[in-house]
Write a protein that binds this ligand. Sequence first.
Ligand SMILES: NC(=O)c1ccc[n+]([C@@H]2O[C@H](COP(=O)([O-])OP(=O)(O)OC[C@H]3O[C@@H](n4cnc5c(N)ncnc54)[C@H](O)[C@@H]3O)[C@@H](O)[C@H]2O)c1
Length: 326
Amino acid sequence: MKISNIGIIGCGTIAKEIAPLLKITRGIKITALCDTNISRVKYLQKEFKKAILYEDYMEMIKNQKLDGVYVAVPHFLHYPVLKNLIMNKIDIFVEKPITTEISHAIELSKLAKTYGVKIAVNYQYRYDKALNQLMESSTSGELGKIYFGRCLIPWKREESYSSKTSWHQNYEMSGGGILITQGSHLLDMLLKLFNSDIKKIEGVSKKMQFLQVEVEDFSGFTLTFKNGSVLQFISTMAVAKEEPIVVDIYGENGTAHYKAKFFSKVHFIKGNIKKHRLLIRGLHPTHRSIKGFRNWIQGGSPHLCTINDAIPVLKVIQKIYKETLD
Ligand SMILES: NC(=O)c1ccc[n+]([C@@H]2O[C@H](COP(=O)([O-])OP(=O)(O)OC[C@H]3O[C@@H](n4cnc5c(N)ncnc54)[C@H](O)[C@@H]3O)[C@@H](O)[C@H]2O)c1
């Protein structure tokens, strides 16, 4: 199998989590690691013993022959880092959200087209098998016309969650709180499912538990779409105990119930349901997302979330903040 040399920029929390999956992905070799905090690079070197270490990513891309880079830096740095990578013609696998500003995302998309650079965004729920089944059944009419849906994401976080990485607390650096950071995964999918422009946004995004932090820890809203369907959505870390994500979709011919914690499942009530399988195999949605990037840069079909696919959710999030921030 062809081998792609990949570098990592940002060796923090998620890079550490994803490292074992990168390591077991055939066709990918992590050859360089970069973080401005050298202790984090050294920690990650335990996984990738032969990788060359850097504190400056510009130096890394100048000195290493890389086929791609995995970018996991704070949100406000996605724009400048991606811009530099594009101009050096390096394919990119970037963590969500694509950027904090919609104008930046659009600029990067145009630039990537000009330079012929592939950008995949790690919205890994696009690679969740049960959610894929729910999406395909809903969008191909197996549930009939979709009347309404609801989504609840009750993810517990301790106070230390935002204090240990201070950028999480700050609107300018993170682009928002729970909605852009966690809720955006499911909102990304559900906007695709409802597939209609938004007519009305009602709700509230506010600090409920972590009052000293700048960004919201609760975002709850109802979206009314121009096609008449309605989505109720709550993303929150203000809960005593973490519980699974729940999505319910109600159509004229059937209903879908989806639940996700470590594993996800979907079950249907009525409807003319067919089996829809993701073509890509892997241990976990994130593993399949990595493989999706690898296949794309090695000449296969595009990742399920290209930069252009990641722009609509950012646009809607910015509208939701405008309408609902307390
Ligand atoms: N897909 C997911 O499920 C998921 C989960 C968690 C986080 N994330 C995303 O991953 C990204 C990083 O989040 P995190 O929680 O790991 O943050 P983090 O703060 O733990 O890690 C970010 C790292 O980037 C480093 N860094 C900052 N500036 C840098 C620079 N100029 N060059 C190189 N390194 C630099 C920091 O020192 C830090 O080690 C965010 O986009 C976040 O939303 C995704």
